[in-house]
Design a protein around this ligand. Structure first.
Ligand code: FES
Length: 157
């Protein structure tokens, strides 16, 4: 058992702090919320485990698996798909040398599908962390990733 997590749970429970804040804190510490964490939280708060799991599943900001520093959510909605988003996804996968559901070896990027990002008129679209990108082409998508990569490998004085 992770002592830090148990400490967090005890603290949030004792102070009667919101469950959502506790789950976000666990995610901050570990980068994800594992099944064991869900069980511990459910026991401490005397909640059905399924309810805690359902909350985690619904909250886009929580993850049950490790994600990259840059979390790419690629839209698989029909309007984007009709604009050749499959070609763009292929370019992204080739550039990162991972497939949907994976994380790069350096932990920098993870790639997953998402449903409509609400920008169909600007599609194909993807989201990287909190930022949305539209009007994607294979070239533009790779350029965006290249820029992020370069910005994160340069050491600024
Ligand atoms: S279907 Fe892709 S943004 Fe709506």
């Amino acid at each position: 058992m992770n002592k830090n997590i148990q400490h967090l749970i005890d603290h949030y429970h004792k102070e009667k702090l919101p469950l959502a804040a506790l789950l976000a804190a666990i995610e901050d510490v570990q980068g994800m919320i594992g099944e064991g964490d869900i069980a511990l939280v459910a026991t401490a708060f005397d909640l059905p485990r399924e309810d805690v799991q359902a909350f985690v599943n619904k909250a886009l900001y929580l993850h049950t698996e490790l994600v990259g520093k840059f979390e790419i959510r690629f839209c698989r909605g029909t309007p984007c798909a009709m604009q050749d988003s499959a070609d763009i996804l292929k370019a992204v996968e080739d550039f990162l040398t991972i497939e949907v559901g994976d994380i790069t070896a350096d932990g920098q990027f993870s790639l997953e599908y998402t449903n409509c990002l609400g920008m169909c008129d600007e599609g194909p679209a993807m989201m990287i962390n909190d930022r949305r990108y539209g009007f994607l082409t294979p070239k533009r998508a790779v350029r965006i990733l290249q820029e992020i990569k370069e910005a994160n490998t340069h050491v600024h004085p």
